[in-house]
Design a protein around this ligand. Sequence first.
Ligand code: ADP
Length: 304
Amino acid sequence: MEYILETNNLEKRYKKFKVISNLNMHIPKGAIYGLIGKNGAGKTTLIRVLCGLQKPTGGNYSIYGISNESKEIIKTRKRIGAIIEVPSLCYDMSAIDNLKEYAKIIGNPSLDNLGEILNLVGLEGTGKKHVKNFSLGMKQRLGIAITLVGNPDFLILDEPINGLDPEGIIEIRELILRLNKENGITFLISSHYLDELSKIATCYGFIDQSRIVKEISKKELEESLRKRITINVSNIKECVKYLEENKVKYEVISNEVIDIYQKINISDMIIALSKRDCIVNEYQEKGESLENYYLNLIGGAENV
Ligand code: ADP
């Protein structure tokens, strides 16, 4: 597999305190990589190191196969756009003037595609309106537009939906998906909004106690999420007897409700139970959430 970014036993220490250590992560080309971890797990520190804002104290990493120890890394970093914590915007300027200003800062001589970038993020109609009058979602989209000025193919977004209202969250989600699908941009997104992240991520890295404890693709995750069938029955005793006889894994939830944790032929079970004077009033197939998976992985809610 081709990786845009790989780390090898990466470490960042402040005095004796290791914020990240033995950290190994792999971001495939074209992925939307969701970096998940509780507050203080080291996400921002990791991102700052990867963006070259801080030096690792151990291990190394490569971007597009270029090691951080090579001189070439400075040029390679130009292929990355990043927003760390909050986007830096000039509030008394229009959206287009913000882009022009940034283009000047990074020494980008061509201003031709700036209108196109505003189109991409859906801010083309904002004209002379100053950024201070933008909604939070618009400001965040402008932040992403600024990262696009250097024409990067890898974007790193640290908590991109923090503080956004539901409408703003949807705008950012759609923008990320569009840039990924239509422009082939790879993303590294850190977030503690697991539900939201699960709507866009194609793979995940779970960070806990300074390390990546698990990397998993969306497909693998979906396969490993424990599925269950919840049934509501008229005669719980008979139902339990039937499940025991057929060696089915189950859990009694209440006097009427049972959760079944394995694949079964539900029609056969309904017929068999009806012969035992037990009616299945309702059944529903449910999947475990990303949040549950994460909590199991890091050892329970008390650790969040
Ligand atoms: P996250 O982004 O996952 O919330 P951070 O990377 O911001 O985590 O912080 C991880 C840990 O590193 C925290 O305990 C934080 O206090 C510590 N930390 C971050 N920056 C510094 C620093 N400059 N000096 C000392 N400790 C730091």
